[in-house]
Design a protein around this ligand. Structure first.
Ligand code: PMP
Length: 287
């Protein structure tokens, strides 16, 4: 069952008017929230990021935090999968086509869930291929906008090269992946770029940083140069659906030893343990 503007229905019955600004302009924002054994992961943080995205594009949040919380849990409860991810999107609504904001349009709210397939063991053990691509997106990559044409092109560039993700470089510096954040390991230190307008503030990025700190793993949050990316000992991509996934080749060349390194394995274990802890926590303590 999906949710559309206050109603629940099978996805086949869901319709939106062609003049929805989400369709015409990509004028909307979204979230992807993983849910494990019925528990939405870091829901509060996802809803806070949704609020930031809405504020950045000046769409008034149509629901309270409590209402969103309830709706996400209802979507999860209404679907059969043990692990799933909730996709939600809010657009500026339906109005005659004009770039300027319409007066009085009501935001469109759409939510659905899909089964969550985290990376298979083989990918975790062998790592995945990635390619570097010039980051040619706009300068507000911190907004989780549904205008994803640039990200689609960047991901397709990876696919065309037989890789699974593109590692984006802007002015000689690492930004992120087409749909992930990127971590570099050099000489035993985990390094990742800071949260700026050039990257999406990933929820998984935050979890990885928290876990590194809690376990006293050497960590630096700073700009990473292209040269540092190219001779890294390890590269990881992180996202809600890929979790912590090691990259074993970059532009066809081995990363480090050409197989996932020890810190990737360690962080993966920490991440899996953390997920389980959250699922066991009492409901009031779950975020
Ligand atoms: N950057 C981009 C461009 C993304 O699309 C995503 C995934 N939506 C991420 C980073 C990772 O964010 P999260 O950990 O919240 O999934």
């Amino acid at each position: 069952m999906i949710y559309l503007n206050g109603e629940w229905m099978p996805i086949e019955q869901a319709r939106i008017p062609v003049l929805d600004r989400g369709f015409i302009f990509g004028d909307g924002v979204y979230e992807v929230i993983p849910s494990y054994s019925g528990y939405p992961f870091r829901l509060r943080e996802h809803l806070a990021r949704l609020q930031s995205s809405l504020d950045a594009v000046r769409i008034v949040n149509p629901y309270s935090l409590e209402r969103w919380d309830e709706l996400v849990r209802e979507v999860v409860a209404g679907n059969p999968w043990e692990d799933q991810y909730v996709y939600l999107q809010v657009t500026r609504g339906v109005a005659p086509r004009d770039h300027a904001f319409p007066k009085g349009a009501k935001p469109t709210v759409f939510m659905m869930a899909n089964p969550l397939a985290t990376p298979p063991r083989s990918q975790l053990e062998q790592g995945v291929a990635a390619v570097t691509v010039a980051d040619n997106r706009w300068l507000r990559c911190d907004i989780k906008s549904t205008s994803l044409l640039a990200n689609c092109l960047l991901r397709q560039a990876a696919m065309d090269a037989g890789a699974v993700e593109s590692v984006l470089l802007r002015d000689g510096m690492l930004t992120e992946g087409s749909a992930s954040n990127i971590f570099v390991v050099r000489n035993g230190v985990i390094i990742t770029p800071p949260k700026t307008n050039f990257i999406l503030p990933g929820i998984t990025y935050d979890v990885v940083i928290e876990l590194a700190r809690a376990n006293r793993l050497p960590l630096e949050i700073r700009q990473v140069s292209e040269a540092e990316v190219r001779d890294a000992d390890e590269l990881w991509l992180t996202s809600s659906t890929k979790e912590v996934l090691p990259i074993s080749t970059l532009d066809g060349k081995p990363v480090g030893a050409g197989k996932p390194g020890p810190l990737a394995a360690r962080m993966n274990q920490l991440y899996q343990d953390y997920k389980r802890t959250v699922m066991r926590a009492p409901a009031h303590a779950r975020a």
